[in-house]
Every structure is written in C-alpha cells, then in structure tokens.
Design a binder for this molecule. Structure first.
Ligand code: ATP
Ligand code: MG
Length: 428
C-alpha cells in the first residue's frame, strides 16, 4: 500500500472543514483590515530564499526542498511565503508611493525538511500578512493587533504574545560583538548548529531549541542594553499602541525568530492547551528593513506574520474550541431516495433545482431498497431525506423525513421550497 510521505498528512472530511473554517475566519479578519489576497507559486527560484530568508537560518541551512528541474534550474518548494509575496510586489511594480502601505494576505502550503514531531510537519499550511511601506510604529502595531484579534476571533482566550526588538543595524552590530565574546567561552559545550550560528549570525544562537544550550542562553547579555535611542523609542511606541488597543504582551528579550530578514519589533504567539500540550509558536512575525531592497524593490520596510494552520487546528481540537462553532454547514441538507431505477434521472434534475436554491443535495445513484437508502442518508449525515417514487411524482408530491426528529410527512411540490426554507434555515 502506498502511504503519505513522512512528515505529510491528509487533511480530510471533518478535519478539512475545520481547516477551511480557520482559514476563512483569518481571511475575513485580514480583509476587514484592508488586506488583499496574494497567490504566489509554490515553486520559486532557490536564490529567492537564500537571498531573503538568509544563510544562517535553519530554513536555508537544512530545511529547503531544493532540486534541479529538467532545464537544470535550481528550484525550491517555498518554505514560507513572505519572500514570494514581496518578490511578486516587486515584479508587478506595486510599489507606488501613493498606495503605501501595500497590504497582502496569503494562505497555502509550505515545505520544510524537518524532523516530524508534534506540530511539526514537512508540508504544512500558513496564513499570513505583509504590510509594506509607511514605516512607523502605527503600521507595525496594527499588524500585531490584527494577528491578536484574529486569534480572538477563533475563540482563543488566553494567548501569550511575546514581543522583543532586534533594534536597528547599529544596535545589532554592537550586540553581536558582545554576544560573540560571551558565547566564545561556552562554545565547546554547545551543539554543532550553534557553532555554525556563532560564525554566521550569533543572534541565531538565542533561538536554539537544545535544552542545555538554552541554559547558557539564559545568562547571555540582553539586547535591550545595546539599543540605540531610535530603536528604543520605536519599541516603546509599539508597546504603548498595543496597550491602548487592549493587546496584552510579555517582553521576552531572548526572542530572535528564525529568519534573517527581521529587524525591529519581532513577536510570537504561544498557547498551551488545557491538556498541557505545547505545539511551539502558533504564529510569529516581525519587522523587516532590508528584505524589499534585497529583492530589488525600493528601499522601504515592512512587517508581517505567519500562523501555522496545523498548530491552530491542533490546539483548537485539544481545547474543544470547535464545539462552540457551527460546522453544520458542512452537513448535507437533503438526500433524495428515488424509488426504482426509472426515477433516478428525474431525481437528478430535481436535485439540481434544490442545489440552485442553495441546498446541499445528493441522490442515491443506484437502485436500492428503502431501508438501505435510509441508511445511506444517515451515513451521509443528511438533515432531510426526500422520497421520490412513481406515485409522488404523478401526484406532484414528495415524502420528507426529518432524520433527526424521525418525523415523516407528505408535502405538495409547490410548498416544498417554503417547507425547506422553514426547516433548514431555522435550524442555523
Ligand atoms: P519554529 O521555531 O517552531 O521552528 P519557525 O520560527 O520556523 O517556528 P516561522 O518560519 O516563523 O516558524 O513560521 C510561522 C509559523 O508557521 C510558526 O509559528 C508555526 O505555527 C508554523 N510552522 C513553522 N514550521 C512548521 C512546521 N514544520 N510544521 C507546522 N507548522 C509550522
Ligand atoms: Mg523552524
């Protein structure tokens, strides 16, 4: 039997309805903030990511799905969408000053060659936004507020929002020098990845997930002591705007994020489900200063975040957040039971009429006995079963059985629509 590849998973049936629900809530919230959808390709030139995400990131160092295509071009399955969205803004010449900020949202699959574990897949889905141009703290804060409110809309009550600032270039340069001095003495006992990080970008060591290394990281010098006045001011402004908007946050001065293009405010959303399971960050993002220019756009800055749909659905499942949500829409409204082969064709066109009125309808496509058809209707989780036989059709009637209430009645064809509206719309 052929099975799914390691680290991938089928999203099917009820689970798929939950994914759709979560994505639609997130999309709706983004649209209320004036963001527009971007659908960019899953395959991109590999150097899009080496140039943007950065050589020192886990993604570029070891997680990219990269291959040569038949034309010997190096192609990568996108590990994230920010780079592609910004590339597309540049390619499509969307950077027109009068239109700033440019606001994009996206949703779709990403690919990373990771060790599969709880909340970590090789193919997973992200929803995210990018807001580029108009470089100030109002813009940065508004994107964080959007993310926070989107999680509230999904029913999360206690979200932990961790924020930090990576400062400006000057702040980071100073800080990196001090960090290198500090880690030099501890490097011997640290993981091989941290050795590489030490040379490529010592900030990245702060993001190490190895337990022993985290102990060393705890005592490292703090970024906050190396911020320039400007960087400090920008961070204070963001915090003040968040507070004014009822957004609670914890400053975490070892938060650095995994990608190289960040600078300024960075943030992560964490949530531990009632069962105590921790899936890692359910969403994360930050400000970027050089990404747009690096991809040959104008010298403007942006901010964005991404949320992992898999992690969101997992915690929502654990905390029964879907129980309060009406996923009923995914149920079938009507299942038609044609009596006798000769009435299947009639039932098919009748079903189309109901569908055109908006009712999800299916027909039993084989000639089966009544009780078998009723079983099928139940297995399909239909709300109503409609019986169409010779007599009913001749008399302009239909027998309707409410499968939940187990009540059956005969309705005149001309009254059917009103009857369905009554039953099915009232239910919602
Ligand atoms: P982590 O530190 O957990 O590896 P990251 O820093 O690599 O996360 P980002 O690149 O910021 O994560 O991606 C944003 C969000 O996408 C994460 O917060 C998470 O919810 C989700 N995500 C990232 N990698 C995976 C994965 N392999 N499987 C499922 N979801 C993921
Ligand atoms: Mg990662």
């Amino acid at each position: 039997m052929i099975t799914v590849l390691k680290g991938t998973h089928d999203v099917i049936l009820d689970e798929a309805s939950k994914y759709t629900y979560v994505e639609q809530v997130l999309i709706r919230v983004a649209e209320t903030y004036g963001f527009k959808e971007f659908r960019t390709p899953i395959i991109e030139a590999s150097n899009l990511f080496t140039r943007s995400v950065g050589d020192s990131s886990d993604i570029v160092r070891k997680e990219m799905y990269t291959f040569l295509d038949k034309g010997e071009r190096s192609i990568t399955l996108r590990p994230e969408l920010t780079a592609g969205v910004v590339r597309s803004m540049v390619n499509n010449k969307l950077f027109i000053e009068q239109d700033y900020p440019k606001k994009a949202y996206y949703v779709g699959p990403c690919f990373r060659y990771e060790r599969p574990q709880q909340g970590r897949y090789r193919q997973f889905n992200q929803f995210g936004v990018e807001c580029v141009g108009v470089n100030n703290s109002y813009r940065d804060s508004e994107v964080i507020i959007l993310a926070y409110n989107a999680l509230k809309m999904l029913g999360f009550k206690d979200i932990t929002l961790k924020i930090n600032t990576l400062g400006d270039e000057e702040s980071r340069l100073n800080y990196k020098t001090v960090l290198k001095e500090y880690f030099k003495e501890h490097l011997n006992s640290m993981c091989p990845d941290c050795h590489e990080r030490y040379n490529l970008n010592p900030l990245r060591i702060l993001d190490c997930k190895v337990h022993e290394d985290q102990e060393i990281v705890k005592n490292a010098p703090k970024m906050s002591n190396f911020l320039t006045e400007n960087a400090k001011k920008a961070f204070e402004e963001v915090k003040a705007i968040l507070t004014e908007n009822g957004v609670k946050y914890d400053v975490d001065d070892s938060l650095v994020r995994g990608l190289d293009y960040y600078s300024g405010v960075v943030f992560e959303f964490h949530y531990t489900s009632k069962q105590g399971k921790n899936y890692g960050a359910i969403g994360a993002g930050g400000h970027y200063n050089k990404l747009v220019k690096e991809l040959e756009g104008p010298d403007i800055e942006g901010i964005g975040f991404a949320m992992g749909i898999e992690r969101l659905v997992s915690v929502m499942n654990d905390d029964n957040l879907f129980d309060e949500i009406d996923l009923e829409d995914t149920m079938l409204d009507v299942y038609i039971l044609p009596i006798g082969e000769e009435n299947i064709a009639y039932s098919l066109s009748f079903a189309n009429k109901l569908r055109s009125l908006g009712y999800a309808t299916e027909v039993c496509l084989e000639n089966k006995g009544m009780s078998q058809m009723f079983k099928k209707a139940e297995r399909r989780r239909a709300k109503l079963a409609l019986i169409l036989g010779e007599n009913e059709i001749k008399n302009g009637e239909v027998v309707v059985k409410n499968l939940a209430l187990k009540e059956q009645e005969t309705i005149k064809m001309e009254d059917l629509v009103e009857y369905l509206d009554e039953i099915l719309i009232k239910e919602e």
